[in-house]
Ligand binder design. Structure first.
Ligand SMILES: NC(=O)c1ccc[n+]([C@@H]2O[C@H](COP(=O)([O-])OP(=O)(O)OC[C@H]3O[C@@H](n4cnc5c(N)ncnc54)[C@H](OP(=O)(O)O)[C@@H]3O)[C@@H](O)[C@H]2O)c1
Length: 289
């Protein structure tokens, strides 16, 4: 770590944050793992942190040199909530900030794009990670993964559009480098897996690996909005479904070299990811029986 001090991981119990905490602890970095309901993580300090509760912000920053930022979930414009915290962080001596944004959002764009735009002005050392869609959406706790397990069905408005799904472990590996490399990255990176797949192709991989049929059912963007709406604000549901529409038009049909460039090894394929997820599920089931 170029500047000694604690690394604050916001969203530490989430898909990328939990993996990042493990990596940082394993490589001997002091970590403060923050969430609204923090869970103890071996080797890390934990802290209560809520974007919507400013009283939790200053204590989380005590002795912090670098911070991993996940925007407040379900918010179309996170700037009003995040900016006061980032300003406080800068004044508290944080030098390095790494933001998780997404592949379809440019600097100055919607959502995390507004935070992306100001990050280089606030911190001398920064990075923005812009991953494509996570492989874990189809194997973890996501709504898609639950529908796959429950109904063998993957419903999207992506049509035949392809996505170079990326493993959250690879995102965490890049984040760990961005937070700790002696030379700051000071750039944004679009992170993808090694090969774009349509959702029908991803369903076929899941069928093959699990031995249970999984089928992709294409729907319209309006139908997809209605499916998301019970779980989130209406406008956020429309935005997410709109991203499916962009995939249908080819927005995610590309691969980048960024994971390998930063970590020195190629990103994990969807096939490898699914095989590992199935094996981990079998181990858990065996341990529980
Ligand atoms: N899934 C994808 O395919 C994909 C693709 C590209 C980009 N992204 C981006 O990834 C981000 C999500 O990251 P993730 O998947 O690693 O996280 P995640 O699994 O969605 O978990 C969210 C984390 O944030 C915490 N959290 C929730 N509400 C909070 C609040 N009000 N204040 C502070 N912490 C809060 C949660 O813990 P508590 O509930 O205990 O607070 C949890 O640790 C989103 O911004 C999304 O746009 C996702």
């Amino acid at each position: 770590m170029p500047h000694p001090g604690t690394i604050l991981v916001i969203g530490a119990t989430g898909t990328t944050g939990s993996r990042l905490v493990r990596r940082l602890v394993d490589t001997g970095h002091p970590v403060r793992a923050a969430a609204r309901r923090p869970r103890p993580a071996v080797g890390a300090e934990s802290a209560s942190f809520d974007w919507n509760d400013p009283d939790t912000h200053r204590p989380a920053l005590d002795g912090t040199a670098a911070v991993y930022l996940i925007p407040p979930p379900g918010t179309l414009d996170p700037v009003p909530v995040m900016l006061p915290f980032l300003d406080l962080a800068r004044r508290a001596g944080v030098r390095r900030a790494v933001l998780l944004s997404s592949s379809q959002v440019e600097s100055g764009g919607p959502g995390a794009g507004g935070v992306h735009r100001v990050l280089p002005e606030l911190f001398p050392e920064w990075a923005v990670l812009r991953p494509s869609w996570f492989m874990q959406n189809l194997t973890g706790q996501h709504q898609h993964a639950e529908a796959i397990r429950r109904d063998g069905l993957l419903v999207t408005a992506t049509g035949g559009g392809r996505v170079a799904f990326v493993d959250a472990d690879d995102i965490a590996a890049v984040a760990a480098h961005a937070l700790t490399d002696p030379v700051p990255h000071n750039t944004d990176r679009v992170l993808t897996g090694p090969r774009p797949l349509s959702y029908a192709e991803a369903a076929a991989v899941l069928s093959e690996a699990t031995g249970r049929p999984v089928r992709h059912r294409p729907v319209t963007v309006a139908e997809m909005t209605a499916r998301y709406a019970p779980f989130m604000p209406e406008e956020f549901a429309a935005m997410l479904a709109g991203l499916d529409g962009a995939i249908a038009e080819g927005a995610e049909d590309r691969v980048t070299e960024e994971v390998e460039r930063v970590t020195g090894r190629p990103p994990r394929s969807f096939e490898e990811h699914v095989r590992a997820a199935v094996a981990a599920g079998e181990r858990t089931a065996t341990a529980a029986s």
